[in-house]
Design a protein around this ligand. Structure first.
Ligand SMILES: [Zn+2]
Length: 140
């Protein structure tokens, strides 16, 4: 069984399980996959980076209080999504990302810390890596 993140044409994102990749194509083509939110049969795979790298925490400067809050909450959601869906590998990130890329480790989403140089080297090798700003957890 494999799980895909799917997106309907209204932008709802949901997970669905399939026996294999062919069974996914088949079920979508014949309209057997429904968005659980709106019931749309027009669904496609949501774009997801398989590997997620975290660079050091940086301050992001945004002007306008409203926009800043919006972006902050977006980044928090992104962080939550990564934590829920990916394995934390810490500083082993570059090594683990390569193993996944070359099929030596289980294909999954991972996240961790890496230097700019390492991230660049991974990108040059064709490893799917995304650098995202990582907000410090709020103590509330
Ligand atoms: Zn929908």
């Amino acid at each position: 069984m494999i799980v895909f993140d799917l997106k309907c044409r209204k932008g709802h994102i949901f997970e669905a399980w399939f026996r294999d990749s062919a069974s996914y194509s088949d079920q979508v083509a014949t309209g057997k996959v429904l968005c659980p939110v709106c019931g749309s049969r027009k669904v496609e795979k949501a774009l997801m980076a398989p590997n997620v790298a975290i660079s050091e925490t940086r301050e992001v400067a945004v002007s306008g209080a409203e926009k800043a809050g919006e972006i902050r909450s977006m980044l928090k959601q992104m962080r939550q999504h990564v934590e829920d869906n990916c394995d934390y590998v810490g500083t082993e990130f570059p090594e683990e990302a390569r193993k996944i890329h070359y099929g030596e480790a289980e294909k999954r989403g991972i996240y961790g810390e890496t230097s700019d140089e390492e991230a660049k080297a991974l990108e040059d090798e064709g490893v799917a890596v995304q650098r995202i700003p990582w907000l410090p957890r709020e103590n509330s």
